[in-house]
Design a protein around this ligand. Structure first.
Ligand code: F6P
Length: 356
């Protein structure tokens, strides 16, 4: 091996720069390889000239470890197998991506992405004979093969921090505060931040809720003398009428739908906050920097030992790796009777279901 490429793909999150840094250090210092950063994910390989630049360790001396975003850029709209044309149709441009990759003269590729990106890049790797290793990132933490993916911890921190800020103003004004958080189809961010941030009601897509139970919980809080309530709702939850409101965090939706329905049912002022992309940006938490560093170095070690078609994972307090196919097949949403849900219920948190 003389040279490797690294790219970020899919939605950004905090910790990507720390992962790129770790890959660059381990490859350049540990093995003396050249490292090329491919820009804008696979879209950079589609362009001519190919969008890539040399990465050297001195680039990372300053702020990048602690900065959000990805210095390489990324996109989540560029599936090369169904690339959008301007007229709204799609075309297969996978061969252009593979040719672009080949033109760089690389010996292996490290792709940092969620399950969707990993599936696409693996297909490209199989089609083009590319030696590939993946690193999991997603604030949604829905890749079941790994206990944690890069970006999740920071997103939970941002959402918990939002609850820390909402609680005093809720108490000062005797208000109900609804916080809508991301997570795509999973409730991990809502559950973790709701527990850490002391929410009274946590609504996640994995546990169907009814507005009646939410109202009952608010009334029970009232009767116990509480003048405020904190509600966290995951973006994929349906509205109070059971219909899907909005998906994938673009505009927010269920928080407002819930607010409108609740306002008619409870005698209290209510405000809605949609946290949105604040959960993706910002400084990576120490835990995300740590995971990114361990994942990045392990990915390079996999390349060095010729172990390709693998995704780096974290489990049982260890870094490990599994076939990419396995990583993308292990979608994990919240276990409805798992330890976090049980602990929350023990503390009186309502999930808006029939359990009191
Ligand atoms: O998958 C990460 C995520 O942030 C989801 O939580 C959210 O639904 C979606 O991406 C938002 O995507 P976009 O960047 O297209 O707004």
């Amino acid at each position: 091996i003389k040279a490797i490429g690294v790219l970020t793909s899919g939605g950004d999150c905090a910790g990507l720069n720390a992962a790129i840094r770790a890959v660059t250090y381990r490859a350049a210092v540990g093995f003396g390889w050249k490292v090329l950063g491919i820009e804008q994910g696979t879209a950079g390989l589609m362009q001519r000239p190919v969008q890539a630049r040399a990465l050297t360790t001195d680039l990372f001396d300053g702020a990048l470890l602690r900065s959000g975003g990805t210095l390489l850029g990324t996109t989540n709209k560029g599936n090369p197998f169904a690339f959008p044309r301007s007229d709204g149709t799609v075309e297969d441009r996978s061969n252009e991506v593979i040719e672009g990759y080949r033109s760089l003269g690389l010996d292996a590729l490290i792709a940092i992405g969620g399950d969707g990106s990993q599936a696409i890049i693996r297909k490209l790797a199989q089609q083009g004979g590319i030696d590939l290793v993946c690193i999991p990132k997603t604030i949604d933490n829905d890749i079941g093969a790994t206990e944690v993916s890069i970006g999740y911890d920071t997103a939970v921190q941002v959402a918990s921090d939002a609850l820390d800020k909402l609680q005093p103003t809720a108490a000062s004004h005797s208000r109900i505060m609804i916080l809508e958080v991301m997570g795509r189809d999973a409730g991990h961010i809502a559950l973790a931040s709701g527990i850490a941030g002391g929410a009274d009601i946590i609504l996640i897509p994995e546990i169907p809720y009814s507005i009646d139970h939410v109202v009952q919980k608010i009334e029970a809080l009232r009767q116990s003398g509480r003048n405020f309530a904190l509600i966290v709702v995951a973006e994929a939850c349906p509205g109070p009428d059971g219909k899907v409101v909005a998906r994938e965090g673009r505009y927010g939706g269920v928080g407002h739908a819930l607010g409108e329905a609740l306002e008619k049912r409870v005698d209290a002022e209510l405000r809605v906050t949609v946290l949105g992309h604040l959960q993706r940006g910002g400084q990576p938490s120490p835990r995300d920097r740590l995971m990114a560093t361990v994942f990045g170095t392990h990915a390079v070690d996999l390349v060095a030992s010729g172990r390709f078609d693998r995704t780096v994972v974290w489990r049982n307090r260890q870094v490990d790796d599994v076939p990419i196919e396995e990583a993308i097949a292990t979608y994990a949403n919240v276990a409805v009777d798992g330890p976090l849900v049980r602990a929350a219920r023990a503390l009186g948190v309502s999930f808006g279901d029939a359990v009191p």
